[in-house]
Design a protein around this ligand. Structure first.
Ligand code: DGL
Length: 276
């Protein structure tokens, strides 16, 4: 069980993808304690219904609260798209009004205008994220004149999770989805990687795109936004302990987690199994 004196920042994902975000958060905010939770036993979330993603995410957020986290980052676009609003508006006031849960979609949409000259944006994500329309809705709040086109890439997460990144199958699906997206609008000059797994496919994606198109991945953006958030929310910031520790938990086998997790995190990972 977690040391109760420790009040880590919780970072949650359906599986491994959130590690690409944690890696960047840790670079910019190395002093805090962190607790990473991957719900690998029930991943992927990307093809699941709204109700299921909400139920699973809420359960994991509650667990992270029980383990002492005053703040939880949903480092998963699918969970941010399908569960965040309900958790923030319905659940938090009842279960933990003093705690906070943040997602990855809003910080990304807030800054996307910096990258695009044409104002035409492409978004790639899981089926759940794309059908939720969260990206076009959030982008319109900050940039009402932007044109947004989306493409669901249901095969990309399994390709990454099964370490098929260098395979021919990976080329086939990446090419197909990028062609689909670009055929919707020739003026797209910026593409958001709206899934925390996709940075692992960056090299492959670039091979199938003209150099003129910018790819936006979220890790750094989310980390910068968290830095600013903690500056603005002093009371919450004071509650997060600063011991520089990172504890990893998975709802599936920790052995399986550790061998794949290092690929996402860029360093060896030693996790513990967690029963929800
Ligand atoms: N990493 C998740 C995201 O950012 C998707 C993975 C999954 O489908 O569970 O959307």
């Amino acid at each position: 069980m977690q040391n109760q004196a420790k009040k880590p920042i919780g970072v949650f994902d359906s599986g491994y993808g959130g590690l690409t975000v944690l890696k960047e958060i840790e670079k910019q905010l190395p002093d805090y304690d962190y607790l990473y939770l991957g719900d690998n036993a029930r991943a992927p979330y990307g093809t699941r219904s709204f109700e299921t993603v909400y139920e699973y995410t809420l359960q994991c957020v509650k667990k992270l609260f029980d383990m002492g986290c005053p703040l939880v980052i949903l480092a998963c676009n699918t969970a941010s798209a399908k569960a965040l609003r309900n958790i923030q508006q319905k659940d938090l006031p009842l279960i933990a009004p003093e705690k906070r849960v943040l997602g990855v979609i809003r910080p990304t949409t807030e800054v996307v205008g910096k990258y695009s000259k044409t104002g035409h944006i492409g978004v790639l994500g899981t089926t759940g994220t794309i059908t939720s329309n969260s990206y076009p809705i959030e982008i319109a709040k900050f940039y009402p004149n932007m044109v947004v086109h989306q493409e669901a890439c249901p095969m990309w997460v399994p390709i990454v999770e099964n370490n098929e990144i260098e395979s021919d199958a990976s080329d086939i699906f990446i090419r197909k989805n990028l062609e689909n997206l670009l055929s919707k609008d020739k003026n797209i000059d910026t593409i958001i990687l709206g899934c925390t797994h996709y940075p692992l496919l960056m090299t492959k994606i670039k091979q199938h795109l003209p150099d003129t198109i910018k790819l936006v991945s979220q890790g750094e953006i989310v980390a910068e936004s968290l830095v600013e958030y903690l500056k603005r929310h002093d009371e919450l910031e004071q509650k997060c302990t600063k011991g520089g520790s990172i504890d990893f938990f998975t709802t599936d086998s920790s052995e399986n987690f550790d061998s794949a997790a290092s690929m996402f995190y860029g360093k060896p990972v030693k996790s513990s199994h967690l029963e929800l």
